[in-house]
Design a protein around this ligand. Structure first.
Ligand code: FAD
Length: 476
């Protein structure tokens, strides 16, 4: 299904219409701002060409979003929704210029409903603020991406962000009960409701999760809350090598009889990069690999028995040291290491490809072996860390200093992708396709599947004005 779309540029009339619809303070064409709202956390060296917003809009209500979409749709101007810009796939990049719509002014927590155990929020609320508000009411919001102190909930839903607690609670989409959305033509509607079951029609609510701002704009979200576990403990198990660490992961659930809230993996390179970045000796900094295992419970004595059991099991399965963190400070020390890795990689290297691979959990050891063999053969350094409990590995391959580093990395990437496909894995577990991975979709999905994505997109957005240039290539 090869199609092409043409767009108009933002002209003075459009600017005037937008200013009178949403207020002149909510519209900006300031050059510096345009630049900083025209990328996410993917380094611009990853892309060819410039992708600059022509205009920024800062809606304050769903009504504003609707007005913006009516104008954009009548004038055929592309609109790129933008959260906090922490995305790792170029999702918020204005691929065809046009309008970038930021949700930073739609940042209210509207309601916490203790009877239905829900929290209703606007898309610009920072994820960790939702967790804090829930915790203040002894409740848990289980979405927990590592970027939670910066990313917005709208961005999390649009990417179906994963993070640290997916093994027990599922990704962001699993926390969503209902969404208010604005469609490409400006219609405001609701998908889902404050209800735990719903098979009335198609599940549009969860179609939105991971739709990357290409189908509709999220203007409110009703999220599920759970009782807050009263106690938790984090174990940091140090292993001599990645293979031993990763082979232990399935045993934690099966032999331990417990589903931990998190099972995170870090290889030696990841640990030493985090140590260098944080600039102090980190626990297990010298290990060949380490796992963070987070356990939760309401009874401290039961929790203690559980972490002793998992600690002993770790040692029986090759860990040579297990650190237990059960105070706020010791827990923070452990998680700081894990959370520092992506930033440390971007800080110390400018030429790299950051992958978001997923394989069935029993194939993670094979994946790590393949990555090692492929990168060693190409004489390249690599870092692997990620959500071991979900089979989701963030493998970062560091580019060589040579001029043809793009080409070299591409060759390595293609070999890694073939191995992932052979293992029944896929391209992205949580960072999304966006602009960065769209040309690789055809390696992982067949023609029919890509055509279906396009048909669904056109059913929602016939002129392809919502975040165009993402997820799929239209000219094929
Ligand atoms: C240090 C670091 C750690 C990270 N850790 C994790 C992690 O553990 N797990 C994980 O999954 N990701 C992680 N990420 C990636 C990123 O934080 C997530 O993808 C996050 O969900 C993006 O949210 P955002 O608000 O920054 O969205 P943006 O990057 O601004 O946008 C992301 C996408 O959402 C769309 N969008 C934004 N708002 C809306 C809306 N209201 N309606 C419709 N579409 C919208 C945009 O168009 C874009 O396609 C990490 C990133 C960094 C930099």
């Amino acid at each position: 299904m090869g199609l092409s779309f043409s767009y108009n540029r933002v002209d003075q009339e459009t600017v005037s219409l937008l200013k009178s619809a949403i207020g002149k303070n909510n519209v900006s064409s300031d050059e510096e701002k345009l630049l900083s709202y025209s990328h996410d956390e993917v380094p611009s060296s990853a892309y060819e060409g410039t992708h600059m917003a022509e205009l920024l809009v800062f809606p304050e209500t769903a009504g504003h979003v609707s007005e913006i979409m009516k104008i954009a749709s009548a004038k055929r101007i592309p609109v790129t929704p933008r959260g906090a810009g922490t995305g790792l796939s170029g999702g918020a990049l204005p691929a065809f210029g046009g309008i970038v719509m930021s949700f930073e002014k739609m940042n209210r927590i509207i309601e916490l409903d203790e009877k239905n155990l829900t929290i209703t929020v606007e898309p610009g609320v920072v994820t960790s603020e939702i967790s804090k508000m829930a915790a203040a009411h002894d409740l848990l919001y289980a979405g927990d991406p590592c970027s939670g102190d910066a990313s917005f909930i709208g961005g999390n839903i649009a990417e179906n962000a994963g993070g640290n607690k997916v093994v027990k609670y599922g990704a962001t989409g699993a926390q969503v009960l209902a969404l208010e959305v604005v469609l490409a033509d400006g219609t405001i509607t609701w998908f889902g409701g404050k209800r735990r079951k719903d098979v009335t029609g198609l599940d549009f609510t969860h179609l939105m999760a991971g739709s990357e701002g290409t189908l509709a704009i999220i203007t409110k979200a009703v999220l599920k809350l759970l009782p807050l576990p009263r106690h938790s403990a984090d174990l940091l198990a140090a292993f001599p090598d990645p293979e031993t660490a990763i082979a232990f992961v399935p045993q934690i659930i099966k032999k331990g009889g417990i589903v931990p809230a998190s099972i995170e993996f870090m290889d030696q390179k990841a640990l030493s990069l985090a140590e260098k970045y944080l600039n102090y000796p980190v626990p297990a900094g010298e290990a060949g690999a380490a796992l963070i295992i987070q356990l939760e419970g309401n009874d401290p004595e039961i929790l203690e028995k559980e972490y002793e059991k998992i600690g002993n099991l770790s040692k029986e399965n090759g860990a040579y040291e297990v650190y237990v963190a059960d105070t706020r400070t010791t827990k923070e020390r452990i998680w700081q290491v894990r959370k520092a890795i992506p930033e440390a990689t971007s800080f110390f290297y400018s030429r790299y490809t950051k992958e978001d691979l997923v394989v069935p959990t029993d194939r993670v050891p094979d994946l790590l072996g393949k990555i090692r063999d492929i990168c060693s053969a190409a004489n390249l350094e690599w870092v692997t860390y990620g959500h071991a409990g979900d089979g989701n590995m963030h493998c970062t391959v560091i580019g060589p200093p040579a001029d043809n580093w793009h080409e070299v990395l591409r060759g390595v990437q293609e070999k890694i992708y073939s191995a992932v496909i052979e293992m029944g894995g896929t391209l992205s577990g949580e960072h999304g396709i966006g602009f960065k991975r769209k040309s690789d979709m055809k390696l992982f999905l067949d023609r029919k599947q890509i055509e279906l994505i396009k048909r669904v997109k056109l059913a929602f957005d016939p002129d392809n004005i919502l975040n165009p240039g993402k997820m799929v290539e239209w000219d094929q």
